[in-house]
Ligand binder design. Structure first.
Ligand code: HEC
Ligand code: HEC
Ligand code: HEC
Ligand code: HEC
Length: 188
């Protein structure tokens, strides 16, 4: 009985050690948020869809600045929030990327003031931003690029913010709103 016990526990112990040491490595090795300036360096050619410009022209680029308005402070006050909207977690959660991320995971170029940035939807780019990785879809996904398998998956991402928790929410017409900010690479 004693023997049976120890041999059957052995794989469990091995598994535990493998698993726990792996997860430590992963935690200390998480990709950094690089910020829209870095993504934009390679995504601003008109012939390739100029994703940077589509984003700059969208309200996502302005989402943090919106919180610095008097209107925003008033909305925050009405919600019982003490202090500035631009400093309130309750507002930043949908109006900015990376506001709650440890400084060690923010690249120098990253600025919370840039609002809802590329990496909120595409994943932290610290490990997939290299050109050779970006060109290889499987590699990029393995390095943290978020993959959307269909429009329903895209919509699921949108409604994490476009929902009734937003103090100014009216409705969210996905087809219409996605058409406003879609930023494909044109097919060759
Ligand atoms: C060094 C240049 C470079 C940087 C920096 C860069 N990209 Fe890319 N990206 C590319 C290239 C090249 C492609 C492939 C384009 C193609 O297939 O025509 C690509 C493709 C993509 C794709 C489509 C990938 C796929 O497989 O579906 C997404 C999404 C993307 N980039 C987002 C980002 C984001 C977000 C950032 C910042 C975190 C970023 N990129 C930074 C060069 C770059
Ligand atoms: C659940 C996500 C979410 C939260 C939380 C949130 N917002 Fe927003 N906010 C949005 C979205 C999405 C919009 C775009 C318009 C809409 O659908 O409401 C928006 C728009 C705004 C606007 C522009 C209003 C307009 O009509 O264009 C202001 C101002 C604003 N929010 C302030 C705040 C303040 C202040 C807080 C914190 C008390 C806050 N938001 C919390 C998601 C959110
Ligand atoms: C609100 C969410 C959101 C933001 C912000 C956003 N994207 Fe996207 N992006 C998407 C979705 C969803 C797709 C379509 C699914 C996919 O290809 O991953 C997409 C597609 C892309 C593609 C690939 C298009 C194709 O035809 O294969 C590139 C490149 C890209 N985004 C780059 C960027 C860059 C660079 C930024 C910032 C300047 C950015 N995105 C900001 C959600 C977003
Ligand atoms: C991290 C939260 C977040 C996510 C995810 C997000 N949005 Fe937004 N979106 C906002 C906020 C906040 C605003 C309002 C910004 C402002 O007015 O300053 C906004 C504004 C917009 C606007 C302008 C709306 C208007 O009334 O003019 C469009 C269009 C939009 N988002 C489309 C989308 C789509 C499509 C997706 C999914 C692909 C998406 N958003 C995902 C937070 C988000």
């Amino acid at each position: 009985m004693k023997k049976l016990f120890s041999t059957s526990l052995f794989p469990v112990i091995v598994f535990f050690f493998t698993f726990s040491s792996n997860s430590t490595i992963v935690a200390g090795d998480a990709p950094k948020l690089v910020g829209v300036k870095t993504c934009g360096m390679c995504h601003k050619k008109d012939a390739e869809g100029n994703q940077l410009k589509v984003w700059q022209d969208s309200k996502h680029a302005n989402a943090y600045k919106t919180l610095q308005s008097e209107e925003a402070d008033k909305i925050a006050k009405d919600k019982g929030i003490d202090g500035k909207a631009a400093e309130a977690k309750e507002c930043l959660v949908c109006h900015a990327s990376g506001y709650d991320v440890d400084a060690s995971l923010l690249a120098k170029n990253f600025k919370v003031e840039e609002g809802v940035q590329c990496e909120t939807c595409h994943g932290a780019g610290g490990k997939f931003k290299k050109k050779s990785t970006m060109k290889d879809h499987a590699k990029a996904v393995a390095a943290g690029l978020v993959e959307y398998k269909d429009e329903a998956a895209i919509k699921t991402q949108c409604v994490t913010c476009h929902n009734e928790e937003s103090p100014t929410f009216k409705d969210f017409d996905f087809d219409k709103r996605w058409a406003e900010i879609a930023h494909d690479i044109p097919k060759k």
